[in-house]
Design a protein around this ligand. Structure first.
Ligand code: SF4
Length: 455
C-alpha cells in the first residue's frame, strides 16, 4: 500500500475521485454553462439600453451585467484563492468549447511562439485596457465584442492546435496568468506521490486536457482541478495544504519572470488603474491640466473628437461619449499606474534580493506579493458589485470594514509568505531584506487604502 491510499480516503480525496468517475456529469454542467454564457453575452447586445426604472430582476441587460461583472468576475477571483482553478476545469464555458473543437480540428502540433510565456501578460493588459476604452462593464455590445472575440479565438486555436486539448486555456486565455498566480495560494491541490507513481504498474496515460505533466506536477498553477487524473496509478489525489505553502516552497523550475511582470505591472498596475481612474482626483487633475494646455494652444479637436463605439465609448442611447482627450487620459492613467507600481515592486524585490546576497532570487521572491495583488483585485472587482447593488437600493454598512479587512489580510499574508520565502542567511540580512521586498505590497495596499478611505 502506498502513502496515498489510506484505509479511509479523506473527504477531499473522495471528492477528487468523484470528479474522475463522473466526467459525464461534469460535461453536462459545462455545456449548461456554455448555453447560459452564450445567452447572457449575446441577447443583451440586441436589446435596448435600460432606463433608470429597470432593475436587475426585470431586465435582461441589467441581469447579464450583474451576472458577469457583479457576480461572476469577482467570485471567480475569490474561487481561485479558495479552490484553485476549479472554475477553469469544471465550469468555464470556453474550456469545453475549445476542447470539443480541438477533438475535430486539424490537430497540429503546438508551435513554439504559442508557448511563449509572455502571452498571459500581453493578453491580460490588452483586454483590460480595451475593456476600459469601450466601457465593457456598462454596454452589452462592448461585452459581446470582448467576450465574443475571446471565445472565437478559443475556438480558432482549438480548431488548429492540439487533439482534444485546451491549448487556448493553457497558453493564451487573458485570465490564465492571473488565475495561475492566485491558485497557488489555494488550500487544496491535486497532490502527486512520485514514489507511488513509480511503483504502480504501467497503465494508460492521463488525458489532461490542459497539457499538465501530471507525474511531475508539484503545484496548482497550471492544473485546472478537473479531477480527471484523480486516483491515477494510485498516486494522485485531491489533498489539503497550508494556504500559500506552494509559494513558500516554489521550486526554481516553476519560477517565471513573466508571472512577476504580470503581477506587478498588470494586476497591481494596469488593473488597479482601470478600477480607479473614473473616481480618481489625479485623473481629473490630469484631464483638466491637459485641457488647459490644449485651449491655450488653440488645439481643440482632442476635446471634441470622438471615435466609433468599438474603439472608444460612444453611445447614442445613453449619450455617454469619450473624447480623444478622455481616451488619452485613461490610457495615461493606466500606463502611469503600471509604471509606478511595477517599478516600486520590482525595485523593492531587486534590493531585497541584493541585501540577501542572492540577486538571482528577485523573481522567486516576487510570488510572495500575490496575496496583496489578489486583495487589490478582489476589492476592485467587488466595488463594481456594490455599485450595481447600490443602484438597486441595497446598502451594506459593513462594506468599509470588510474592505479594510481584505486589504490588511492581503498585506499580512504577503509579509508572512515573503518571510517564509527568504533563504537561510543571517537574521540581520533577512530583517533588512523583508520590508524592501514588501515595497510593492505596501504601495498596492496603501493606494487602495487612499482610494477607499481618503478620496
Ligand atoms: S493535472 Fe490535468 S487532469 Fe489532473 S486535475 Fe489538473 S488539469 Fe485535471
Amino acid at each position: 500500500m502506498n502513502s496515498l491510499t489510506p484505509v479511509r480516503p479523506t473527504p477531499l480525496a473522495v471528492l477528487g475521485h468523484f470528479l474522475a468517475r463522473h466526467s459525464r456529469l461534469i460535461q453536462a454542467v459545462q455545456w449548461l454553462m456554455v448555453v447560459i454564457y452564450l445567452v447572457l453575452v449575446t441577447l443583451p447586445a440586441f436589446l435596448p439600453v435600460p432606463d433608470d426604472s429597470r432593475h436587475i430582476w426585470d431586465d435582461l441587460v441589467l441581469f447579464a451585467q450583474f451576472a458577469f461583472w457583479g457576480v461572476w468576475w469577482p467570485f471567480v477571483m475569490v474561487s481561485m484563492v479558495v479552490m484553485g482553478r476549479a472554475w477553469c476545469g469544471l465550469f468555464c464555458p470556453e474550456g469545453p468549447m475549445t476542447e470539443w473543437v480541438s477533438r475535430h480540428g486539424l490537430g497540429r502540433a503546438i508551435p513554439a511562439w504559442l508557448r511563449w510565456k509572455g502571452w498571459p501578460f500581453v493578453a491580460f493588459v490588452c483586454t483590460t485596457v480595451y475593456g476600459q476604452m469601450i466601457t465593457v462593464y456598462e454596454y452589452p455590445k462592448a461585452a459581446l465584442l470582448i467576450l465574443g472575440v475571446s471565445t472565437v479565438m478559443a475556438l480558432g486555436i482549438g480548431l488548429v492546435y492540439g487533439r482534444g486539448k485546451r491549448v487556448w486555456c493553457r497558453y493564451l486565455c487573458p485570465a490564465s496568468g492571473v488565475f495561475s498566480l492566485l491558485s497557488r495560494l489555494a488550500p487544496v491541490h491535486f497532490r502527486v506521490d512520485a514514489e507511488a507513481w513509480k511503483a504502480a504498474p504501467r497503465t494508460h496515460a492521463v488525458d489532461c486536457a490542459t497539457l499538465v505533466d501530471v507525474r511531475a506536477m508539484t503545484g496548482g498553477g497550471s492544473c485546472h482541478n478537473c479531477g480527471r487524473c484523480s486516483g491515477h496509478r494510485g498516486a494522485v489525489e485531491l489533498a489539503p495544504r497550508l494556504p500559500g505553502s506552494e509559494i513558500a516552497a516554489l521550486p526554481a523550475r516553476e519560477v517565471s519572470a513573466w508571472d512577476i511582470v504580470l503581477l506587478l505591472f498588470g494586476v497591481m498596475g494596469v488593473a488597479s488603474g482601470a478600477f480607479q481612474w473614473s473616481a480618481s482626483p489625479v485623473f481629473i487633475a490630469l484631464k483638466q491640466g491637459l485641457a488647459k494646455i490644449l485651449v491655450e494652444h488653440d488645439v481643440l479637436f482632442p476635446m471634441t473628437g470622438t471615435l466609433p463605439w468599438w474603439l472608444l465609448t460612444n453611445s447614442d442611447e445613453t449619450g455617454e461619449v469619450f473624447t480623444l482627450l478622455d481616451g488619452f487620459c485613461i490610457l495615461a492613467y493606466m500606463g502611469g499606474a503600471a509604471l509606478l507600481f511595477g517599478a516600486i515592486g520590482l525595485a523593492g524585490l531587486g534590493l531585497s534580493a541584493r541585501v540577501l546576497g542572492r540577486p538571482e532570487l528577485l523573481w522567486r521572491l516576487g510570488y510572495a506579493l500575490v496575496p496583496a495583488g489578489a486583495a487589490g483585485l478582489i476589492v476592485g472587482l467587488s466595488a463594481m458589485t456594490l455599485t450595481q447593488l447600490t443602484a438597486e437600493g441595497v446598502f451594506l454598512a459593513w462594506v468599509p470594514d470588510a474592505r479594510a479587512g481584505v486589504l490588511a489580510a492581503g498585506l499580512a499574508w504577503s509579509a508572512l509568505l515573503l518571510w517564509r520565502s527568504l533563504p537561510a542567511v543571517s537574521l540581520g540580512r533577512r530583517l533588512a531584506a523583508w520590508p524592501l521586498g514588501l515595497a510593492g505590497a505596501f504601495a498596492q495596499i496603501g493606494m487602495w487604502g487612499v482610494f477607499f478611505f481618503v478620496w
